[in-house]
Design a protein around this ligand. Structure first.
Ligand code: OOG
Ligand code: MG
Length: 262
């Protein structure tokens, strides 16, 4: 750790203020160039602590920057991990208020729900599939607090990996009922196809993202708890949205989910 507790708390407060008030900011590494990975996750943990203390429930976990399309779009090359909140959950077909957000983008994701806890290190795709209760389609709405989505990995980790809103639904399937690698996804904006891909875009197999999360948590003495919902990461580039846009995600064999920006 390079930052002291006071600085970590101050940065967490600042980033959470930006989130809750839809304000953007410059990436925090500009002022703290020597902060390290532990500092970045410590800031995210402090944001989480603040939310829980205020009565917010953690609705699930997320992996991000797990596909080549996303890594290329954001100019980074390592996955990152964060959490989603109860107030971020939007019902299927629901409305997302633009005025609460800065510059949202949507991502097509495969969402896992676990029946058993998973603890790294050494967690692999087989362990993930054995511990998975079911999968379902999800639209993640990311909204980096950094101006124009310009960040580096440490800054985006501290900012809870741009976590904002999410919509899950469609049809659930047990993990062995689908080949997640060849699972086709089609993202539509106002009825037009704007992105498409297959599950293999996420690290060869979306379950790999869950294994990396378990190993990341394991290194910190934590685990993925039984029952956890996990967003495995955008399969395609994220797509910018504006007020009035209707988004539908169709996933092969898993039905569709949609939301509307107002
Ligand atoms: C970081 C969050 C990325 C994903 O699925 O790749 C993410 C960002 O691109 O702002 O959630
Ligand atoms: Mg995502």
């Amino acid at each position: 750790m390079k930052l002291d507790k006071t600085t970590i708390d101050k940065l967490a407060e600042h980033l959470e203020y930006c989130e809750l008030n839809a304000r953007d900011t410059l990436k925090i590494t500009d002022d703290h160039p020597d902060m390290d990975w532990d500092d970045a996750y410590a800031i995210q943990d402090e944001i989480r602590r603040r939310k829980i203390a205020r009565g917010t429930r953690i609705a699930g976990l997320k992996a991000g920057l797990t596909s080549f399309a996303k890594m290329k779009q954001m100019g980074v090359e390592t996955p990152v991990f964060g959490f989603v909140t109860d107030y971020g959950a939007i019902p299927d077909g629901g409305e997302i208020k633009m005025k609460e957000l800065i510059h949202p983008k949507v991502e097509p994701e495969i969402v896992f729900v676990m029946k058993r806890a998973l603890k790294g290190p050494g967690c692999h795709i087989g362990a993930v599939l054995a511990a998975t209760d079911f999968i379902m389609p999800g639209i993640e709405v990311i909204d980096s607090r950094y101006r124009d989505f310009k960040f580096d990995l440490k800054s985006v980790i501290a900012d809870n990996t741009s976590s904002s809103r999410f919509v899950v639904g469609g049809r659930i399937k047990v993990a062995d009922a689908v080949d997640m690698r060849t699972l086709g996804v089609v993202l539509e904006k106002n009825g037009e196809v704007v992105a498409l891909g297959a599950g293999a875009a996420v690290l060869g197999h979306p379950a790999t993202a869950i294994a990396l999360l378990a190993n990341h948590l394991g290194a910190r003495g934590e685990e993925i708890p039984a029952g956890a919902m996990i967003l495995s990461g955008g399969i395609t580039e994220a797509v910018a949205v504006k007020s009035g846009d209707n988004i539908t995600l169709r996933v092969q064999d898993l039905g569709s989910v949609s939301c509307r920006f107002v």
